[in-house]
Design a binder for this molecule. Sequence first.
Ligand code: KG4
Ligand code: ZN
Length: 341
Amino acid sequence: MIILGIESSCDETSVGVVEDGRKVLCNVVATSADMHGKYGGIVPEVAAREQVKVIVPVLREALLESRVESRDINAIAVAYGPGLAGSLLVGVETAKALVLAWNKPLLGVNHLVGHLYANWIEEESRVESLESRKIGFPAIGLVVSGGHTDLVLMESHTKIKHLGGTLDDAAGEVFDKVARVLGLGYPGGPEIERAASKLIGVGDAGNVNFPVPMSSDKSFDFSFSGLKTAVVNYVSTHRGVDVSQTAFAFQEAVVKSLVKKTFDAAGKYRVKSVVIGGGVASNGRLREKMELTGKNELVKVFFPIKEYSIDNGSMIASAAFYNANFIELTKMQADPGLYFV
Ligand code: KG4
Ligand code: ZN
């Protein structure tokens, strides 16, 4: 079964072609991230305008690279929400055009679920054997991106239950904001990680310390705006702020919060696996701490390889394979506010 997946919910435009939900035949990604850098955040109009320009070239390249022809493709999948309205529209309308032209079934994918399915993609470059990469259910899924921080219980591919999410800012959004306050570039996550990595061997950030958000809270919700304010206040009230120390202390607080809630949920539901996805999943410190805790708790922890942590069409095709949500052409529309049901 070959599925062509389209992703355009934010500032990436991507087409992936995936066989049986696991084998990537191509994953073409174009991004307008550079164009948003000077604004310190995504400008929706700029993103959508770029996507209109690049979607057809990206699609053409994907077909060339994967060496598949339209007759080899069994279905078209598209991330129809959540995301930016103008951006989603580009992917959704392109998917509809292909469905009409090629006479294929249309599958709708929740972008957040798509992020988790980046973990099902098999990569020859992975060092682990396929058997050790088998993701057992039940599993806890953690989506950490620029717009979302959500915990879900995956009882099976088709039974996904929302457990909690951020009450205010998303984790990635706070990485971006703190980076800006520290005079680092956009997107902020990799910049914070780079600055903090200077202290990883040292193990602490001197006197700089921020409280771990919601550390004694029993729900599966997150909150990062208080931490963001604490960092902003610290930077504005201290002279000669050490960027690496501040970045390190901030990153530790976010990572601890994510690890705690994820494993609270893993323990409560006695899961076999934890799967993590979204842009923030490429953070090395988060990986290290999640993997360590997983070892201690005897829960397998899965991260996608970096290429599939960011928004991409292959994760959409993979999610569509495992959880086929057929949508009639006339009923398909972009849904910017789509969430977990
Ligand atoms: O999933 P994604 O590519 O787009 C959304 O759907 O939002 O996530 C982008 C977010 C940005 O906020 C970016 O700063 C963050 O992911 N990010 C990171 C890292 N790489 C990207 N955050 C922390 N550490 C990283 N290495
Ligand atoms: Zn995303």
